[in-house]
Design a protein around this ligand. Structure first.
Ligand code: SF4
Length: 379
């Protein structure tokens, strides 16, 4: 017996097919429909119009270089006050970060680093020389560094404009800025969960300036805490408008809230259905974003594999082979630290898609692509 389609989805499907951006009302219908199968079918069709049968992954090295931070976000389980919790402080000297990047070998395409607003590490004195060293030793590896929150912190610290700061970071080798720090743009909710970090206006202004200067970026949204469905849709519409004003976002990454060890732990965990519905709605609302990423570290490999049938076309990266990810591991994720690229290919192929190795800016590589030989890389 065939299931009848929820009639409320029909006009939305027509709008999607005609290329008409969806409204907040449309988004609410998508979030509330009991017809999860047709929601998935619509999102999958939208994904396949963008990227066909391709699903992307990256061989990368992920590092949280410092967990010292005083921004006080209520959902954060990662930040440490160095004076009260000395035994939990992780603050890597630049040489340690460099050694970790080099011990990854040569066969990877991205270094992904984010950290806290650490007064002793988040400065140009630390980062510019380190970025130049990365580029000298690993010229084929793209630098996906910072979030807009970290860039704003450095601007305040060095009393620099966003444009001047971004020009300096770009000159030192910045290829891509990570999508974190967006959380939820709706001001009333944002004030309750992260009053001490970059505001929505500046988050968007920094990304738009990055794009004007030719630096790519991603965008995120933290969902599953105290936000409303209207907040989520407002967030997606603000991103869509920002992309129209100053294109340059590659991927949108829905981040499911994790409750362990933070002040919002009463909110609990998202469910599998919350997660796949979120991927599908994002795919349908963000008609001018090329990629929706199902980040295995957040929702887990199994949900992320299913998300490939709900609009996602990217599973993020291998992350290196050690214990660097602290943000979600502090908050209770059950995901491991490392996924072999063969596992990505197995999961993607089993879902009926073609695995494609990429870098931060979505240049495509054969899965067995070889980087320059060690002799070609300056010592
Ligand atoms: S989320 Fe980021 S900015 Fe906020 S407290 Fe945690 S480390 Fe600091």
């Amino acid at each position: 017996m065939a299931f009848a389609m929820d009639p409320a989805l029909l006009p939305i499907e027509r709008k999607v097919e005609e290329g008409i951006p969806l409204s907040i009302e449309d988004g609410l219908t998508l979030f509330r429909t009991p017809d999860i199968h047709n929601l998935g079918r619509m999102a999958r069709a939208a994904k396949e119009r963008k990227s066909g049968k391709k699903v992307f992954y990256v061989l990368n090295r992920y590092i949280n270089s410092t967990n010292v931070c005083y921004a006080g976000c209520k959902f954060c389980s990662f930040a440490v006050d160095e004076f009260k919790e000395q035994d939990r402080v992780v603050r890597m000297p630049a040489d340690v970060v460099m050694t970790k990047a080099l011990e990854t070998g040569l066969n990877f395409n991205q270094i992904h680093i984010v950290g806290g607003h650490d007064p002793r590490q988040l400065s140009l004195d630390y980062w510019l020389p380190l970025m130049r060293r990365f580029k000298e030793r690993l010229p084929h590896v793209q630098l996906s560094l910072f979030t807009a929150a970290e860039i704003e912190y450095m601007c305040k610290r060095h009393r620099m404009s966003f444009a001047d700061m971004i020009a300096m970071l770009k000159e030192a080798g910045l290829d891509n800025v990570n999508g974190g720090g967006a959380e939820i743009f709706a001001e009333e909710t944002r004030k309750k969960i992260c009053p001490g970090k970059v505001n929505s206006e500046n988050w968007l202004a920094i990304h738009e300036e990055l794009h004007r200067q030719g630096v790519a970026s991603n965008a995120t949204m933290l969902y599953g805490h105290i936000e409303s469905l209207e907040d989520r849709l407002d967030h997606l519409v603000r991103l869509r408008e920002s992309q129209r004003r100053s294109p340059g976002f590659n991927a949108f990454i829905p981040l499911a809230f994790h409750p362990d060890g933070n002040e919002l732990n009463d909110c609990g965990w998202t469910t599998g259905l919350d997660d796949i519905r979120m991927f599908a709605v994002a795919r349908l609302m963000l008609d001018n974003f090329d990629h929706i990423k199902a980040y295995w570290m957040i929702q887990g490999l199994k949900v992320c594999q299913v998300a490939l049938h709900f609009g996602a076309d990217d599973m993020d990266g291998t992350h290196g082979s050690t214990d660097e990810e602290m943000i979600y591991h502090s908050a209770g994720t059950q995901s491991g630290q490392y996924v072999d690229d063969r596992e990505f290919r197995r999961l993607i192929e089993q879902a009926g898609y073609e695995p494609v190795r990429r870098n931060s800016t979505y240049d495509e590589f054969p899965h067995d692509w070889s980087p320059p030989s060690p002799e070609m890389v300056p010592a």
